[in-house]
Design a protein around this ligand. Structure first.
Ligand SMILES: NC(=O)c1ccc[n+]([C@@H]2O[C@H](COP(=O)([O-])OP(=O)(O)OC[C@H]3O[C@@H](n4cnc5c(N)ncnc54)[C@H](OP(=O)(O)O)[C@@H]3O)[C@@H](O)[C@H]2O)c1
Length: 267
């Protein structure tokens, strides 16, 4: 099997690296195409992949095409791909807001998969939601799923609405975590800790809490109750968050991202 990754940016390179380590593929089975001559030149020097600048030289050889360009580049890209693509090829797109129907119409093929990854894919801890068109067979789907899993975990969703919804939870989610970390580090600095100590205190707290959560069946609120005791320090912090409606504000923020994903999809 040969995979062509289109767009050698953050995400494209992350997936190319991860997929090339999978059981199904070897490094030589991953091809990369980018439109930037400088990027192609540097990739040819440092990467172990076959790097291309023309679709004609790589698209016909691919069984699976992984599109990782910015959504505003897709119209131009699809027009160039259309005369070269064949109906047996599967296209996976991680472009935000680009629907299955748009891809099918623009490319003139039926087998497409729309996926939404997130940034921790770069360290193998990503989560990708995805939905295939009904023309993708069960066996093909297993291959797609195992390739997406090379960057972490994946979940198959039942409608494209959930792709937009997962943008609001996991796609944009790492930024919410960083927002929380930033606030806690600023509080630590204000309390007099050094920048380095603030970083260690906060990052180890996040890491440890997530590990505890993952190793148990308890919900986050059960864990909160385990840490907090009546009249204690944690209860004072949680009460302050409740008084300031932080819970509702976080949900509102996730919905703002969800709504924006839907809006971008319509443009
Ligand atoms: N980053 C994330 O956390 C994240 C999360 C979920 C989904 N996504 C999606 O992932 C996609 C890629 O994001 P990214 O951050 O990796 O983008 P990026 O760093 O900008 O990489 C895209 C690359 O594709 C190249 N390109 C543009 N048009 C092309 C064409 N027609 N043929 C070949 N290459 C082309 C770009 O070249 P130029 O620089 O010369 O334009 C650039 O090198 C986006 O659609 C985004 O919605 C990203």
């Amino acid at each position: 099997m040969k995979v062509l990754v289109i767009g050698a940016g953050n995400m494209g390179l992350t997936y190319a690296e991860a997929m090339s380590k999978s059981k199904q593929l070897k490094k030589r089975n991953v091809m990369i195409l980018d439109s930037s001559p400088e990027k192609i030149l540097s990739l040819k020097k440092i990467s172990h992949f076959d790097v291309f600048e023309n679709l004609e030289d790589c698209l016909p050889q691919a069984d699976l095409v992984f599109i990782a360009v910015k959504p505003y580049h897709c119209e131009d890209l699809f027009a160039k791909m259309r005369p070269l693509i064949n109906k047996g090829q599967i296209v996976i797109s991680i472009m935000a807001g680009v629907t299955i129907q748009t891809m099918q119409d623009a490319l003139g093929i039926q087998k497409v998969v729309r996926a939404m990854p997130n940034l921790p894919a770069q360290v193998g801890k990503g989560v990708t939601s995805f939905i295939p068109s009904k023309e993708v067979s069960r066996i093909e789907l297993l291959t797609v799923e195992s390739l997406l899993d090379t960057t972490g975990k994946s979940i198959k969703v039942s409608s494209e609405n959930y792709i937009d919804a997962s943008t609001g939870i996991s796609g944009s989610g790492p930024a919410y975590v960083f927002y929380f970390m930033q606030s806690m580090m600023e509080a630590a600095l204000k309390m007099g800790f050094s920048a380095n100590d603030s970083k260690v205190l906060v990052s180890q707290t996040f890491d440890g809490a997530v590990e505890l959560f993952n190793q148990s069946d308890l919900s986050p609120s059960s864990w909160m109750n385990k840490v907090a005791s009546k009249g204690g320090t944690t209860r004072a912090a949680l009460d302050s968050m409740e008084d300031n409606n932080v819970n509702e504000l976080i949900k509102e923020a996730a919905y703002a991202a969800f709504d924006r994903a839907v809006e971008l999809g319509k443009q």
